[in-house]
Design a protein around this ligand. Structure first.
Ligand code: AQP
Length: 329
């Protein structure tokens, strides 16, 4: 039996090249080596308010982008998290075994709650739900960007705590970070990670940005006061642009150095912009084809859910049994 892999993206807006390089590109590469489940984590999205119509449309758009990026629905299950009841059921059981202090220490919770007037309980519980997503399928491998590393460690802690309280039940998952592209930074501020929820117009390149917009955003990216690329003392902005280029082209470190050492920043940006435009063009073309027929997406999400629901139900039943909860089966 193949090892199971699970990962997810929130349907919270335009997918950007950070999501692509940190997560989706990696998923496409490894999907056939594993039994893969890729999840549109809409229950995570509602930890901050979402307009219901926009959320529904974002779920469909994200499923189309998964397909356009190369996820093969015949082999991999693409699911909307809320269509499988086990995610929320297991999350509650995990809430009851997770100490509050573990959750209050999460850096994403601290950062996100700073921006809120009222902090919803869901924001605190976010990583518990993520643990449920992963452990529900006994997934061994979780390919994510670097920003999720702390949440993955918490998932292992929750699994271990459950196993020690109720007996061996959950497999401990491992993080799988991409070699390059694990942390793509904002183009306007290379000290913060590129994020869907950031509002600056020049912050992120979206996967569906037209070529002219991609070029404009990259040409305006923040660099530093040096005249050109110096591999011995790269500022964060230049490092980010090189990282993006390498992740798209998959050039080796030697190729990168030979091509870019000493290059003026204007030329660096032009080269990076063309690599991004070339890398996104086939994805954008496939996206147009897929969205021409909305029934494709509905069918893929249904097929994915039907495939994984029995796995999820089996884990929920086992967990209930372990905890002494009541079961009809
Ligand atoms: N900048 C990034 N670089 C590399 N990987 C990234 N990921 C996210 N940002 C980067 C990876 O993408 C997957 C989906 O994460 P997400 O849906 O939480 O994306 P986001 O852009 O972080 O979304 P939000 O809504 O804007 O969330 P916040 O406010 O947290 O930034 C994950 O595998 C993630 O690692």
């Amino acid at each position: 039996m193949k090892v199971r892999v699970l990962s997810g993206v929130q349907p919270t807006g335009n997918l950007h090249i950070g999501n692509y390089l940190g997560a989706l590109k990696n998923w496409v590469k490894i999907q056939y080596d594993y039994e893969s489940i890729f999840c549109i984590v809409d229950l995570h999205a509602i930890t901050v308010y979402q307009n219901p119509q926009e959320l529904r449309s974002n779920i469909h758009q994200l499923a189309a982008l998964f397909l356009a990026c190369g996820i093969d629905p015949k082999h991999s299950s693409i699911i909307a998290q809320s269509s499988v009841p086990g995610h929320a059921e297991l999350a509650w059981m995990f809430t009851c075994v997770t100490p509050l202090g573990w959750l209050e220490r999460m850096t994403q919770f601290k950062a996100k709650s700073e921006a809120q007037e009222t902090i919803g309980d869901g924001l605190l519980q976010y990583p518990v739900l993520m643990a449920a997503d992963i452990l529900l399928y006994q997934a061994k491998i979780v390919p994510v960007g670097d920003d999720q590393r702390q949440h993955l460690e918490l998932t292992r802690d929750i699994a271990q705590r459950f196993n020690s309280q109720y007996g061996e039940t959950f497999v401990l998952p491992e993080t799988k970070l991409p070699l390059v592209g694990a942390r793509v930074m904002g183009l306007d501020d290379p000290t913060t990670k590129m994020s869907k929820s950031a509002t600056g117009a020049g912050h992120a390149v979206a996967l569906l940005d037209p070529p002219a917009v991609i070029r404009k955003k990259i040409m305006r990216a923040t660099t530093d006061s040096q005249p050109g690329v110096n591999f011995e003392s790269k500022g964060a902005g230049v490092e980010n642009l090189l990282n993006i280029h390498q992740a798209f082209t998959e050039w080796t470190d030697d190729q990168m150095r030979a091509h870019f050492e000493g290059m003026r920043y204007g030329d660096l940006k032009k080269t990076v912009a063309e690599a991004v435009v070339d890398g996104l063009m086939p994805i954008q073309q496939r996206y147009q084809e897929i969205t021409a027929d909305p029934s494709i997406i509905t069918a893929v999400l249904k097929e994915g859910a039907l495939r994984v629901i029995p796995i999820a139900q089996a884990t929920v039943e086992l967990t209930k049994q372990r905890m002494g909860l009541y079961s009809l089966v």
